[in-house]
Design a protein around this ligand. Structure first.
Ligand code: UGA
Length: 499
């Protein structure tokens, strides 16, 4: 992928503001800027803005540092903590603020509401306001009403009449010149730039010709398939996409449990499924379940919306339930390996919710760590990027929870190694060296990262997720020198750690 040389001739020029410079906002801002647009990025977090201005990305995202440097040097990207200034400077305003989860599972839209108010108060000419954050369907109509109401309020204040009530219905409100559109992001952490510059599709949700034209022009340098729809439909595409991908993962995890029960190998089942183009191989990796800032909360918010509307969403609730149970399925494998967890020294490789990110939000690793500590384990932890974030949640305590720069240090004296994130660098581990450092050579692979064969060749006992079929043959289990006696296939009990 070549980035940053995508300038193309265009008839018009729009200044873009990107509000919120997190995992979505910052790649979007520097992405548009390297497409040749003039971009101002704004975030209320002044410390974050200072870092960005100095050319430093506040989180780990491959390639983003380099692109940030280039766009800052080109003069086509600036960062500010003055959100009002950014709104006033721009014609197109992308909303990329967070939409965290409320207690009841619904999305907390207070940041979106605050931005909408600020836009309303700062309408100084036509603006196209674009939702990029994942929001429930019909959020755009709330943004629309809020901007209209606060634009009218501003006019009323200017005229010396500060009455908010009824302001949106006043004659001034019709003068507010803006559109609200939806252009959902499909960026995956760790692949954000690839997803920005080579998206499988660009979704444009707009209810006016003017908004559709501007958004199409913004992306005209990319020449990718475009889906044009009304705003509410576009909002729904994003939610449905995340819910569908989560469903695929829970489906294969359910199949993994069946594989463990009957003695089959889920990685082969996934291969057999994925070669059917109607299914596709993507998102069929079984393991400890999906985490991160998006899938868990978006799934709950989608289900919440469906329930509010009286739509049967039991499918989505089952997807969530299966995902929540992954942690217990994994812990059961740990218990099958070490028996009593209390007092056992265990090594953990991988803390981030997936590779190529330092993000641990809703990472399955956190729930596993929590449970193991509660059961009295001593943990030795490693992650190439996520250790600072993990330390903030679980500060190191000697003899209880410690962090190590090298996976080999993690292995020293432990009774099992637990693989929780499939970082590429774990590919190069010398399994023989790891084994020699461990007290008991047991590998419990929450991501099916290692092959049972290679683990066994290195004389590890191995447990994957749904890989009983990939485990040792009965002949191997009966062989002298076998580390563990065999439990009967399908019992799911005993010391056969392959189950
Ligand atoms: C996800 C979507 O993939 C993006 O398209 C979307 O834009 C983003 O959410 C968002 O809504 O902002 P992301 O959360 O970065 O992206 O991560 P994914 O790569 O989708 O992985 C999510 C979780 O599913 C991870 O914990 C990963 O380990 C897990 N996963 C993924 C599996 O367990 N199995 C798989 O086969 C794939």
């Amino acid at each position: 992928m070549e980035i940053g040389n995508l300038n193309h001739s265009r008839s018009r020029s729009y200044k873009i503001a990107v509000l919120g410079l997190g995992h979505v906002g910052l790649p979007t801002a520097v992405g548009f800027s390297s497409l040749g647009w003039d971009v101002i990025g704004a975030d209320e977090d002044a410390a974050k803005v200072e870092l960005i201005r100095a050319g430093r990305v506040p989180f780990f995202e491959p390639g983003l540092d380099d692109l940030l440097h280039r766009t800052l040097a080109s003069g086509r990207f600036q960062a500010t903590s003055d959100v009002t200034q950014a709104i006033r400077a721009a014609t197109v305003v992308f909303i990329c603020v967070g939409t965290p989860q409320r207690e009841d599972g619904a999305a907390d839209l207070s940041q979106i509401e605050a931005i909408s108010r600020a836009i309303g108060r700062n309408l100084n000419g036509y603006k196209l306001v674009v939702e990029k954050s994942t929001v429930p369907a019909i959020t755009a109509s709330w943004i629309q009403r809020t901007i209209q109401r606060y634009a009218a309020l501003k006019v009323a204040e200017t005229n010396g009449d500060g009455n908010v009530e009824g302001a949106a219905e006043g004659p001034e409100s019709s003068e507010a010149d803006f559109d609200v559109a939806s252009n959902p992001e499909f960026l995956q952490e760790g692949q954000a730039l690839e997803n920005f510059f080579e998206p499988c599709r660009i979704v444009i949700g707009a209810d006016s010709e003017r908004a559709r034209t501007i958004l199409s022009e913004l992306y005209s340098g990319l020449q990718r398939p475009m889906v044009v729809a009304d705003v509410t439909t576009a909002e729904l595409i994003k939610h449905a996409a995340n819910a569908f991908l989560s469903t695929k993962i829970s489906f294969i995890n359910m199949v993994a449990d069946i594989c463990d029960a009957v003695g089959a190998d889920v990685t082969r089942v996934a291969e057999g499924l994925g070669l059917d183009p109607r299914i596709s191989p993507a998102f069929l990796k079984a393991g400890i379940g999906f985490g991160g800032y998006c899938f868990p909360k978006d799934l709950r918010a989608f289900a919440h919306l469906a329930e509010q509307q009286g739509v049967d969403c039991s499918l989505l609730r089952a997807v969530e339930r299966i995902n929540t149970r992954r942690v217990e399925v994994f812990l059961e494998k740990v218990r099958n390996s070490v028996w009593v967890i209390s007092g056992k020294k265990l090594g953990v490789l991988g803390l981030a919710f997936k590779p190529n990110t330092d993000d641990i939000r809703e990472a399955p690793s956190l729930k596993i760590i929590e449970a193991l500590l509660k059961e009295g384990a001593e943990l030795r932890l490693h992650d190439p990027w996520a250790m600072p974030a993990a330390k903030a949640l679980y500060p190191p305590v000697a003899g209880l929870i410690t962090y190590w720069e090298s996976p080999y240090e993690v292995a020293r004296g432990v009774e099992a190694l637990l693989l929780l994130t499939e970082w590429d660098e774990y590919n190069h581990l010398d399994l023989g060296r790891l084994r020699d450092l461990m007290q008991v050579p047991a590998l419990i692979d929450g991501r099916n990262f290692f092959s049972p064969q290679e683990a066994r060749q290195a004389r590890f006992s191995y447990a994957g997720m749904g890989r009983r079929g990939g485990g040792p043959s009965l002949r191997e289990l009966a062989a002298p020198g076998q580390l563990w006696p065999a439990a009967p296939v399908g019992t799911g009990v005993g010391v056969d750690v392959n189950g």
